[in-house]
Design a binder for this molecule. Structure first.
Ligand code: ADP
Ligand code: MG
Length: 282
């Protein structure tokens, strides 16, 4: 479990900077093992800072973060925390270091001093999860953006972290790349039992999570299952975020007098409800 307790993180130090607002402002949040949490928030709301605090890259200004009970402020446990909570960034080009796909995925776990056989198994398994096994001898620069990002994800997965934090991993990808990366994320969560924290600005991705946390100016504004969070259409719009188009349309139809369920997330649900309503309308 990840426990974030009253976290404050400020990039500014010293008295002359006292008026600068902190990037994370008294944020508390818990992430259970096995959960898939999506984090939303407009640019500058503190999402990347939060990700870096969770895996101990940044130390809290105040408050604390516990990863499986270990405090990120403790020097003795920081390596343990980093190996339990792996971080994937937005730009796959900045994360790929080796000249073949399999060497790249092996790069992290190699440093753990694993036996050759164990290392090979891990690399094959990780590439298999992200469906990149057939490309293992390929040079990374020959891959598409989505394929590169899946290799970067495999590199983190091969370290066998329990928690995988992905910071807008699909932001630089085309729709096909986005779909394949999302598929890999869902598979890691559902089949490999990894806890996922996905920072994204795509509603289509957020609705697939178990829970959504919405950040605004370093604070946690809304939090709950996607169906509940996206009911707050006006709050979301106020902070410059969208809700799924069908959710907003449903809200408008309800205001116009149609007896629909407001917590609609997908087109299929929308069409079902509308058909149901039309069929019952005499
Ligand atoms: P997000 O990922 O949601 O876009 P960030 O965590 O990157 O937000 O940024 C949160 C706040 O911290 C913003 O106001 C941003 O300008 C500020 N910030 C981010 N990185 C730095 C930095 N290296 N130095 C100073 N301020 C920073
Ligand atoms: Mg960011």
């Amino acid at each position: 479990m990840i426990e974030i307790e009253d976290l404050v993180y400020s990039y500014w130090r010293g008295e002359e900077n006292q008026d600068q607002p902190p990037a994370i402002d008294h944020l508390s949040l818990r992430v259970e093992k096995g959960e898939f949490l999506a984090v939303l928030g407009h640019n500058g709301s503190g999402k990347s800072t939060l990700a870096k605090c969770i895996n101990g890259l940044f130390q809290p200004t105040s408050g604390r973060i516990l990863v499986d009970g270990m405090d990120t402020r403790e020097e003795e446990t920081i390596w343990d925390i980093r190996s339990r909570a792996g971080l994937v960034f937005q730009n796959p080009d900045n994360q790929i270091v080796a000249t073949t796909v399999e060497e790249d995925v092996a790069f992290g776990p190699e440093n753990l001093g694993l036996a050759r056989e164990v290392l090979r198994k891990r690399v094959d398994w990780a590439l298999d999860v992200v469906k990149m096994g057939e490309f293992k001898r390929r040079a990374p620069y020959l891959l598409s953006g989505g394929q590169k990002q899946r290799v970067a994800i495999a590199g983190v997965l091969a370290m066998e972290p329990d928690y995988i934090i992905l910071d807008e991993p699909t932001a630089m990808l085309d729709p096909n790349g986005r779909r394949d990366v999302m598929e890999a994320i869902l598979k890691m969560n559902r089949e490999e039992n990894k806890t996922i924290i996905l920072i994204t600005h795509f509603m289509s991705e957020a609705i697939q999570a178990d829970r959504v946390a919405v950040m605004d100016r370093g604070r946690l504004l809304l939090e709950g299952p996607p169906r509940e969070v996206f009911l707050h259409v006006d709050t979301m719009k106020e902070i410059g975020l969208d809700v799924p188009a069908v959710t907003e349309l449903t809200r408008d139809l309800i205001q116009a007098g149609l007896p629909l369920d407001p917590s609609i997330l997908t087109r299929e649900e929308f069409v079902d409800q509308l058909c149901h309503y039309l069929a019952s309308d005499k």
